[in-house]
Design a protein around this ligand. Structure first.
Ligand code: C2E
Ligand code: CA
Ligand code: CA
Length: 525
């Protein structure tokens, strides 16, 4: 892109920032990712613990309710009758969560499914009484199982004895979570395991299920749908931290390696970018660049009426650098005028007697904005015309709309050049958005329709109608038209129909050496 320029300092700064970001970003992202993964995993683990315990607690409540109902229906007013003891024993076997049923009088278990041998057992004080009259002892012991703790639920004298540890269904070995089963409104603890934080009672609030991080724990809180029961399961964050460390140990080196590779690539590209101006100047000094010529045809007759000179820069390894890349380098490096002078020199050497043999043939030379700001181009063209024995109209200077607009000086320079018989073409027309009236104030001969617009001919692209507009504008400004980048017969037909006189493009010929150009000219006529 001729005429555009990038400052070098910001470019280096951007490259450094990009390199730093390339290294740190993957690391930060991998830690972030590990953290999210670790937390999500721990939350779902806590939740599944809580679900398991709640499920079991609901089952216990169901079985106790059903058991008491049954005992009342069998025993009636005579507790501890033979029929009732039989019913108690039957239920012991049938129900899965209740260890034993019994009957309580004055705080003592007077009979139970455990048999007569155990005698009267004092149950100790009641911890609390629920709204429905259920008397709850949460930490009862029995002489026949001194090391076990039991929950005793008692209502209307009937008692259900539940193994506390089994009620939680928690293994007490290894890294079991903290678990607490409690009443949702009064926060009476029915059973618990592990360290407890009173804040956990409030986690669920009005909701049925909540997971949250509180005071170094990942906490899952659940409420029963059926019974007045809440469960909290909590896992210490140290587990999460360990998980994050494990993840990070794996991800960070990968992220860092990728980042370093990216950074090296960025720095390498930057160095290459910085090395380009030097390499290009060297190539200019050593005449390494050459010109190719792209024929311009008369759309009516098919004859070659001119050619555009296009610069090529061969690199070691057979690579040809495109002008789209190195022209901006010369512009930014401030030596585009040297390039333009070089082009004129090369053509002067190539030209031979071409204008003597084809007096009406013209050569298009691309120039940049800087070229049009000084007298040098005027002198350069004068010397070129003399060296090549050129007459009026043998040269066309191609300048883009953007370049014309950039400098008011260009207007004067173009005026002088044109006065000496050099024609002026406005290149890449339509890509610069200048006003029609403004363009009318320049001395111009040709308008070149950019390839990007020719490409839209016959398509339903939103810009396909622009070609017709450009043709109208050229006609209004009384400019000859050269369509660029014509690749299909259909495009050529469309342009010819609308009165476009000239075209260039691969449909007619690709850019070629000067020798090929003269050979072709001999055939083309
Ligand atoms: P431009 O002046 O618009 O030149 C036309 C470009 O389109 C050329 O690319 C040409 O090879 C390409 N082209 C022409 N017909 C077709 C076609 O049918 N199909 C396709 N796919 N492409 C086609 P090139 O040679 O790579 O030049 C790119 C740009 O570099 C030129 O655009 C011009 O702006 C600049 N440039 C080339 N040589 C010079 C030079 O000596 N001096 C200056 N200042 N700029 C130059
Ligand atoms: Ca051009
Ligand atoms: Ca173009």
């Amino acid at each position: 892109m001729r005429g555009r320029s990038l400052d070098k300092k910001p470019a280096i700064l951007i490259a450094i920032i990009a390199a730093v970001a390339a290294i740190t970003l993957p690391i930060v992202l991998s830690i972030q990712f590990a953290r999210q993964q670790g937390l999500a995993a721990e939350e779902s683990k806590a939740l599944s613990y809580a679900r398991g315990v709640l499920h079991r607690s609901d089952l216990i409540a169901d079985e106790v309710t059903a058991g008491f109902k049954k005992l009342r229906s069998v025993g009636g007013r005579r507790p501890c009758s033979a029929a009732q003891l039989a019913a108690m024993r039957a239920m012991d076997l049938e129900l899965t969560t209740v260890q034993a049923f019994g009957f309580v009088s004055h705080g003592k278990l007077i009979c139970s499914s455990l048999g007569r041998k155990i005698g009267l057992v004092a149950l100790g004080p009641v911890d609390y009484v629920t709204r429905h009259g259920m008397r709850v002892r949460v930490d009862a012991t029995f002489p026949f199982a001194k090391h076990r703790r039991f929950i005793v639920l008692e209502r209307h004298g009937y008692a259900a004895i539940i193994n506390k540890q089994l009620s939680l269904g928690v293994a007490t070995y290894g890294k079991a979570p903290s678990i607490v089963v409690f009443t949702p409104t009064t926060h009476k603890i029915i059973a618990s395991h592990g360290p407890l934080d009173p804040q956990w009672f409030h986690v669920a609030g009005n909701q049925q299920q909540v997971t949250r991080q509180i005071g170094g724990y990942v906490v899952a809180a659940l409420k029963s749908h059926k019974h007045r029961l809440s469960v909290v399961a909590a896992l210490p964050m140290t587990d999460v931290d360990q998980r994050i460390r494990d993840f990070a140990l794996l991800l960070v080196p990968v992220g860092a390696l990728g980042g370093i590779a990216l950074a090296i690539a960025a720095l390498y590209l930057m160095r290459l970018q910085q090395a380009l101006p030097t390499a290009l100047k060297y190539a200019l000094r050593h005449n390494e660049l050459f010109l190719v010529y792209e024929p311009i045809v008369d759309l009516q007759t098919g004859k070659w009426v001119g050619a555009e000179a296009l610069l090529r820069w061969p690199r070691p390894g057979g690579l040809l650098v495109r002008p789209d890349i190195f022209i901006p380098v010369a512009e930014e490096g401030g030596f585009i005028e040297r390039v333009t002078a070089y082009v004129m020199d090369v053509f002067a050497r190539d030209a031979g007697d071409i204008f003597a043999r084809y007096p009406r043939f013209h050569i298009g030379i691309n120039v940049s904005a800087t070229d049009l700001e000084s007298q040098r181009i005027v002198d350069g063209l004068k010397a070129l015309r003399e060296k090549t024995n050129a007459g009026k109209g043998n040269f066309i200077i191609e300048a883009t709309e953007r370049e014309l607009l950039r400098a008011e000086k260009a207007r004067a320079v173009l005026h002088v050049i044109r006065g000496e018989g050099v024609q002026i073409a406005i290149d890449d027309f339509g890509t610069g958005y200048s006003g029609l009236s403004y363009l009318g104030t320049f001395d111009l001969d040709y308008l070149k329709i950019d390839k990007s617009f020719v490409d839209t001919i016959g398509t339903d692209a939103a810009t396909s109608h622009v070609v017709s507009h450009i043709i109208e504008i050229a006609k209004a400004l009384k400019l000859k038209i050269i369509a660029e980048g014509v690749e299909t017969e259909m495009q050529a037909h469309f342009l010819r129909e609308r009165g476009v006189q000239f075209a260039q493009g691969w449909l007619f010929a690709k850019p070629m050496s000067f020798a090929e150009l003269t050979t072709g000219l001999a055939y083309s006529g």
